[in-house]
Design a protein around this ligand. Structure first.
Ligand code: AMP
Ligand code: ZN
Length: 314
């Protein structure tokens, strides 16, 4: 006998809307399923929208003259461990494992493969981890004295978070386009104040219904509850939430995080006065923005309002 479904009706309705949007994107060819939840290929139209959004995010921060850097979607394990991600978000991490061994060890792996059995315990953790946020590789690179005025960076990369979901807004592999400020607390807060205006302007100019709200990260466990509360009280995370599944289920297309001195302290980054540098970053989820746009304007970009197409260079 099938088990009774104890999911509340509201959650079912939300999951149905998520599935319906995913199916619309797959049927139109924008997303190509792989058989794993949250892992898709993208077609050329999807990528054109991603590029258009990325160009707008770059342009919005141009006045700050950021240093543009690119990293692969990997971070050294030592840096990842120092940042504390495994402590705070253990269920999201993506450490990379590989095979290290001799012929006999390899035979054991092949035996497991032949028997369709798990083989993770026969692999060894490597020196790299999939990065869950594209700004993470930057902080370890700026160790030492920052110089007057601090630093502004811009970067974009694929990120990994193990959060399989039917929701096409929540992927396991997605790109973030980020601007990052590392400086004195006043300089960082000035920069953040500018983005608090720029981000909703950027998203609403694309026809998205966006509001800003104070938020918290999904810190794990009992200790995490305290961290969630303190993050909210101090207004360290502000999200730009778009209406895709109804006003009560908004999704963050972009967020600003104020890390205070976390990265400055962890990686020995100092301001002119010798204090630990403060930092903040704003990240736009390029797939989130793109899926929200397909939801808003339809899966056929030829039918989109021309001001939106013009802005995105489509
Ligand atoms: P966060 O570091 O959690 O503040 O994330 C920054 C931005 O990345 C969010 O505002 C989203 O736009 C995007 N993002 C985060 N997680 C996911 C995900 N699982 N799938 C797609 N986009 C995501
Ligand atoms: Zn960041």
């Amino acid at each position: 006998m099938a088990e009774a479904d104890t999911t509340p009706p509201a959650a079912n309705a939300l999951a149905e809307s998520q599935l319906a949007l995913r199916d619309r994107l797959v049927d139109a060819g924008r997303l190509i399923p792989t058989g794993v939840a949250g892992l898709f290929g993208r077609d050329v139209v999807f990528e054109a929208v991603v590029s258009g959004v990325g160009a707008l995010v770059a342009a919005a921060g141009e006045d700050d003259h950021p240093t543009r850097v690119s990293y692969p979607p990997l971070i050294p394990k030592v840096d990842f461990d120092k940042i504390g991600y495994l402590r705070n978000f253990p269920e999201l991490v993506g450490p990379v494992f590989s095979f290290v061994g001799d012929a006999a060890d390899h035979r054991a792996v092949v035996e497991r493969l032949d028997g369709d059995a798990p083989y993770g315990d026969l692999l060894t953790q490597t020196e790299v981890t999939l990065t869950p946020a594209c700004c993470y590789p930057i902080y370890p690179s700026v160790t030492g004295a920052l110089g007057a005025g601090g630093a502004v960076f811009e970067t974009c990369a694929y990120c990994f978070r193990h959060e399989p979901s039917v929701d096409p807004m929540r992927l396991q592999a997605f790109r973030q386009h980020e601007h990052i400020r590392i400086a004195t607390p006043d300089e960082v807060l000035d920069w953040r104040a500018r983005w608090l205006e720029r981000a909703p302007e950027l998203l609403s100019a694309l026809g998205l219904d966006v509001i800003s709200d104070i938020a918290n990260d999904p810190f794990f466990g009992r200790a995490g509850r305290l961290m969630k509360m303190s993050q909210r009280e101090q207004q360290l995370k502000i999200e730009f939430l778009v209406d895709v599944y109804g006003d009560e289920h908004r999704t963050a297309c972009s967020s600003i995080n104020y890390h205070q001195d976390h990265f400055g302290h962890t990686f020995g980054i100092h301001t002119d006065d010798g204090a630990d540098a403060h930092s903040s970053c704003i990240g736009f989820g390029l797939e989130r923005c793109t899926v929200a746009l397909f939801n808003q304007h339809g899966t056929d970009v030829a039918q989109w309002p021309s001001p939106v197409r013009d802005r995105l260079g489509l």
